[in-house]
Design a protein around this ligand. Structure first.
Ligand SMILES: [Zn+2]
Ligand SMILES: [Zn+2]
Length: 819
């Protein structure tokens, strides 16, 4: 019998598949198409086990789909722009282009060792001008439609060095400049935005796509739709000066005891009284150094500063003090809120801290006038609310909204937390923005004929705190396409999330010269049927690509508005210590080591067996032995029976007693594995295969050579094929079947054979019948024994005596004999 040598057979079949172009997806094939996409890797330079965890199961999913009769496309490419390349370049003095391409070369070799069915002929590399010229083309289309615009937006700024800082140049909790240690502040720069907010409402609609509830919830929360009322408040002592507040709870307006402006609110400088100015300035400076995330953190204590000014509650006419506080953001709503401590948690906390009055205006049932220990957020009856007293708060909401509108001081409004997408990066390694600034014509977009606007490779990319392209004279200086006068190019580059917003379309025709992708091929392949990747992309990439697709639909490029129909998020693979893998912890698993020692099939199988794919979990170097053992047992099983057949000993026999059981095991396993693979439940599919192999080993003596046995062997190899493709191909060949196992149809099952026959098992204690239980026919002796000893009635009648013997008559009875 031949030995199972994974290294040898894996190399052999990888080469053969590549030579035969087995995995090239065929455009316009009459079979139903299935576009299977896994988030493409960043060329970090080393393929780690996390890549394997994301990619090997998705390959199994794609292979399963192909065996189900689909024409499957599983493309791959590289997300090649971005900051790590620029940082490595700065650190090691290697050009980002060279660093990136070297890494891609290395990763291609590593990726091939996985044996996945990627169609390499469709490879896309986003730092290639052939690719990013279409980023620029899309940008121009958005500019024409007002979806790309320029406005002032804050960046991190070092006041000493007088430069912008990249996020990682701002260090420590103190947020100081990496170079000189000066506290970093925010500064406004003219930057480019894409108007994703124009699609906010539509992005909340997930109909027609099957995405995980968690991703939908994260996106909904990120978009943050709120329905409320916006109204103006006049400032006391400043005739004609007012600010607008937005609230989702107009029913609580009478409970307002203060107002809060964002520290950056343009009115602050005008309102602040002289005695408060110094304190207000200090607070503004502190707030400017915090990120929005820090400012909105629920763990942070709410604080603020009184401006000395007050405003008037337009409904009650009561004056309220005006504070500034960093929990109010200028970018959300109007940058100002009404403080209603009785009915808002943050306001309650704030009022407690600054001893501001807390006035209950929505009375919950049974409230007896005692002070609140926390804000009451629910509905109730209106109180302390003038003419609205006694109304149910839900009705009060509408009545007060009407009253505000009737007085002409405000109106109902829908607000979104979602901001427009800031795409300008003061960095080198990204696609240039195709815009020219002319002193006579203003902002002038490039013409399509002038694309691609190529990123010059000879730029000085070392950090100066400004866009490196600013110092590249021949790039920066140009002539205006409008008037022919001297002009300057935009020197910021685009956010790399633009690359990944539409890469799935490029795979359709990666070398297409005249359009982003070939429309005819697009009609065949699009949209993506199944997408897989990490949930950490929920509110960036996965939202951006939905936005991009809606824009493409509105440009008439695609007839649909959602890029991917199904989405699956795999979990995270952890180190053996159960912690996140990291070099500093020393718990990083190198997949290459295991591929060399036990083979890619075993690594693939183990990753799928570790637990549910969406659950992740710790790697266990010894756990992989379970898979190695399975593969070895399958190998032996098939080799031994094949040899028996070759010697002519295993002639077809008549249907014997065990034949139906044999067929039952085969069909129930096919049914289980089919259902599991439909839902990416690889771990339970492999567990079923293990049980099946156990059964086959026991049944071999009796069954080898029978027709159900041969069906069983074929089915076993076919079921292994998506998950462990190399060993399956090798065994398929040894069985004398037609190449390739991966082009075969997935085995089908008969429901009646898959269904277990049920028999009644009599349970006795010392020969007396104590219970009858229904069990699956073919239950093994040891399982029957375990079942009997665990039976409550058996235990009761054993009355604490020791077991002397257990007699099993398979399918009929178990007699427990006591001492
Ligand atoms: Zn500095
Ligand atoms: Zn001009």
């Amino acid at each position: 019998m031949s030995r199972y040598n994974p290294t040898e057979i894996e190399k052999k079949w990888q080469a053969r598949w590549e030579r035969d172009r087995l995995h090239e997806a065929k455009d316009f094939d009459p079979k139903p198409k299935w576009y299977f996409l896994t988030m493409y890797p960043y060329p970090s330079g080393d393929l780690h086990i996390g890549h394997w965890y994301a990619m090997a199961p998705s390959d199994a999913g794609a292979r399963y789909r192909r065996m189900q009769g689909h024409n499957v496309m599983l493309p791959i490419g590289f997300d090649a722009f971005g900051l790590p390349a620029e940082n490595a370049a700065i650190q090691h003095g290697i050009h980002p282009y060279k660093w990136t391409m070297d890494n891609i070369n290395r990763m291609r070799t590593q990726l091939r060792s996985m044996g996945a069915m990627w169609d390499w002929s469709r490879e896309v590399i986003t730092c290639d001008p052939e690719y990013y010229r279409w980023n620029q083309w899309f940008f121009l289309r958005m500019y024409e439609r007002g979806l790309a615009y320029r406005k002032l937006a804050p960046v991190d700024w070092c006041p000493k060095d007088n430069t912008t800082l990249a996020r990682e140049q701002v260090v420590g909790e103190e947020r100081v400049c990496e170079r000189c240690g000066t506290p970093v502040i925010k500064k406004n720069l003219e930057q480019w935005f894409l108007k994703i907010t124009a699609y906010a409402e539509e992005l909340l609609d997930f109909s027609g796509i099957a995405w995980p509830a968690r991703v939908r919830a994260l996106q909904e929360n990120w978009i943050g739709k709120s329905v409320g009322v916006e109204f103006a408040m006049e400032v006391t002592g400043h005739p004609g000066v007012s600010f607008r507040v937005f609230t989702t709870r107009p029913d609580t307006v009478y409970g307002m005891t203060f107002a809060v402006l964002a520290p950056e609110h343009p009115l602050v400088d005008q309102l602040v009284t002289e005695d408060r100015r110094r304190e207000v300035e200090a607070y503004k400076f502190k707030a400017a150094r915090e990120s929005d995330i820090e400012r909105l953190s629920t763990e942070k204590e709410r604080d603020g500063v009184f401006t000395g000014a007050s405003a008037v509650n337009p409904l009650s006419g009561e004056p309220v003090p005006i504070y500034i506080a960093d929990y109010v953001l200028l970018t959300y709503g109007t940058g100002a809120i009404m403080g209603v401590p009785a009915h808002d948690e943050r306001d309650f906390e704030f009022a407690k801290k600054y001893q501001l009055p807390i006035l209950v205006v929505i009375a919950p049932l049974g409230l007896d006038g005692k002070p609140l220990h926390e804000a009451y957020l629910g509905e109730g009856t209106m109180a302390n609310s003038g003419p609205f007293d006694g109304l149910p708060s839900r009705e009060g909401w509408e009545r007060i909204a009407d009253a505000i509108a009737a007085r002409g001081i405000g109106e109902r409004k829908v607000n979104y937390r979602l901001h427009d997408w800031l795409i300008s990066r003061q960095r080198y390694w990204g696609p240039p923005i195709p815009i020219i600034y002319c002193t006579h014509c203003g902002i002038v977009p490039l013409r399509d004929d002038d694309l691609p606007l190529v990123l010059p490779l000879d730029a000085e990319f070392r950090p100066t705190g400004e866009s490196p392209l600013k110092y590249h004279q021949s790039f920066r200086r140009t002539t205006c396409p409008n008037c022919g006068r001297e002009a300057e190019r935009e020197t910021d580059t685009m956010d790399t999330f633009i690359d990944s917003s539409w890469y799935q379309y490029r795979y359709v025709s990666p070398h297409e010269k005249n359009q982003a992708f070939d429309a005819g091929r697009g009609t065949y392949w699009l949209p993506v049927d199944q997408y897989t990747g990490g949930v950490e992309h929920a509110v960036m990439h996965l939202l951006y690509t939905r936005f991009w697709t809606k824009v493409m639909r509105d440009l008439g490029m695609v007839p649909f508005g959602e890029p991917m129909l199904w989405l699956f998020n795999q979990g995270v693979i952890l180190g053996e210590d159960g912690e996140k893998m990291s070099k500093s912890r020393g718990n990083v698993v190198n997949p290459d080591d295991f591929v060399h020692s036990v083979g890619a099939d075993a690594v693939r199988g183990y990753l799928m067996f570790i637990g549910p794919w969406d659950g992740g979990g710790p790697w266990n170097s010894r756990g992989i032995e379970g898979i190695t053992r399975l593969l070895q047992r399958v190998w032996n099983l098939i080799n031994e029976t094949t040899e028996t057949r070759k010697r002519g000993n295993g002639e077809t026999r008549d249907a014997s007693r065990g034949t139906r059981e044999m067929a039952h095991w085969t069909h129930k396993t096919i049914k289980k594995v089919t259902e599991d693979l439909e839902g990416f439940h690889f771990n339970t599919a492999i567990a079923s295969l293990m049980e099946y192999v156990n059964f086959l080993n026991g049944a071999r003596e009796e069954q080898a050579g029978s027709a159900p046995w041969r069906e069983g062997m074929r089915s076993l190899v076919l079921m292994l094929a998506p998950m462990m493709p190399h060993i399956a191909e090798e065994l398929w060949e040894q069985m004398g079947e037609t190449y390739s196992v991966h082009l075969q149809r997935w085995p089908s099952y008969k429901e009646d054979l898959a269904r277990a026959d049920v028999v009644t098992l009599v349970l006795q204690v010392d020969g007396k019948v104590r219970d009858r239980v229904q069990v699956e026919a073919g239950l093994s002796e040891s399982a029957a024994r375990t079942l009997a000893l665990a039976n409550e009635k058996v235990k009761k009648f054993m009355d604490g005596r020791q077991v002397a013997e257990v007699i099993v008559v398979p399918g009929r009875l178990v007699n427990v004999v006591t001492k």
